[in-house]
Design a protein around this ligand. Structure first.
Ligand SMILES: C[S@@+](CC[C@H](N)C(=O)[O-])C[C@H]1O[C@@H](n2cnc3c(N)ncnc32)[C@H](O)[C@@H]1O
Length: 328
């Protein structure tokens, strides 16, 4: 099990002598996970007997006021996670530190965030691995950045572009607040990725922005052969545009588009049914791989769907796709 240093940062199993990085080296692997007794200054989530949740920052002598009377912070400080505290009026509250997915949906936002269900898909379909160098834009509120930093680990690197300075500030604050410090392997750059020159080679890239097609050429210049690009877009119009831009570029594999839908379930005795928490639409995910330098994607043998690139289509046209007039 991971153990915590005096700042509450997890230092992990590698801290054992001779079994991996030293405690000092491992300490830069910021995970945001804290273990051990609850401390003053930490945020905890209190869940009441109806499942309602409240977030509280613990303070010595502090009080959390509820409809069922006060809960003293001192009853929590020094105790373990998963303990139950009782308000003056007898309501019981379960106390846990929030985990990453809970944190990202409740942290302050500049721009809309990548939701945890989509972040999970990005990490697996995007094959984000420990030690990888990942390029992302825009950093927005830093939600995806947190998951990327955890996935690449201390030996990896995340380079985040954000063109709005005020959003970059929000992202920086959110990442530092959650991880406990500024990760040394995170490079947050204020600027437009489409204009970025001399980008270092990267293994993976994630574009979460209104017009990812504007950044395809830049990403193509930095992404290693075999590297994976993921684009996260909200609307079908954006989806079509990025798919056809990637095809027209020619230096990527045929892009795959996906949407993640999650259905929660209620299972209690004989009452087994879909829960209330079925996800709504958040965004579409497009995945593609970079081809070797100078290699063009093989021309499609499959005909596009009728009308796909007809007279009303004005977007990027993949190589070899005949116009409707040519087909007739
Ligand atoms: C939806 S938000 C990103 C949210 C972020 N992924 C998160 O999980 O918190 C989109 C962001 O992309 C930024 N952006 C748009 N185009 C950009 C570009 N070409 N280069 C850098 N940032 C860009 C916007 O300013 C905005 O903050």
């Amino acid at each position: 099990m991971a153990d915590a240093d005096e700042t509450g940062q997890t230092v992990g199993p590698g801290a054992a002598p001779g079994s991996g990085p030293s405690r000092a080296e491992a300490a830069v692997e910021l995970s945001g996970v804290r273990t051990g007794p609850l401390r003053a200054g930490e945020r905890v989530t209190l869940t009441d007997q109806k499942g309602r949740r409240k977030s509280v920052v613990l303070a010595v002598g502090g009080t959390f006021f509820t409809n069922w009377g006060a809960v003293s912070h001192d009853d929590l400080i020094g105790g373990p996670e998963g303990q139950v505290v009782r308000s003056v009026g007898g309501q019981e509250y379960l106390a846990f530190r929030p985990i990453a997915r809970e944190n990202v949906v409740s942290m302050p936002r500049g721009a809309a965030i990548v939701y945890p269900k989509d972040a999970a898909e990005i990490l697996v379909w995007g094959d984000v691995f420990p030690g990888a160098t990942v390029l992302e834009a825009g950093a927005g509120s830093g939600a995806l950045t947190i998951f990327l930093l955890r996935a690449v680990g201390a030996s990896g690197r995340v380079v985040s572009y954000e063109r709005r300075a005020e959003f970059a500030d929000v992202a920086r604050r959110n990442v530092v607040t959650f991880l406990g410090a500024a990760p040394p392997n995170w490079d947050l750059r204020v600027g437009d990725l489409a204009q970025a020159a001399d980008l270092e080679p990267v293994d993976r890239a994630v574009l979460d922005m209104l017009a990812p097609w504007e950044c395809v050429a830049t990403v193509a210049g930095a992404l290693a052969p075999g590297g994976i690009l993921c684009c996260y877009v909200a609307t079908t119009t954006q989806l079509g545009r990025i798919m056809d831009t990637l095809r027209a570029h020619g230096g990527f594999t045929e892009p795959e588009a996906r949407e993640v839908s999650v259905r929660e379930w209620h299972a209690e005795g004989l009452a087994i049914r879909p829960g209330h928490g079925t996800s709504g639409h958040t965004g579409f995910l497009v995945f593609t791989r970079r081809l070797a330098p100078g290699v063009r994607a093989p021309q499609r043998r499959r005909r596009p769907a009728p009308g796909a690139y007809g007279p009303d289509y004005h977007g990027p046209r993949p190589e070899g796709v005949p116009t409707d007039a040519e087909v007739e």
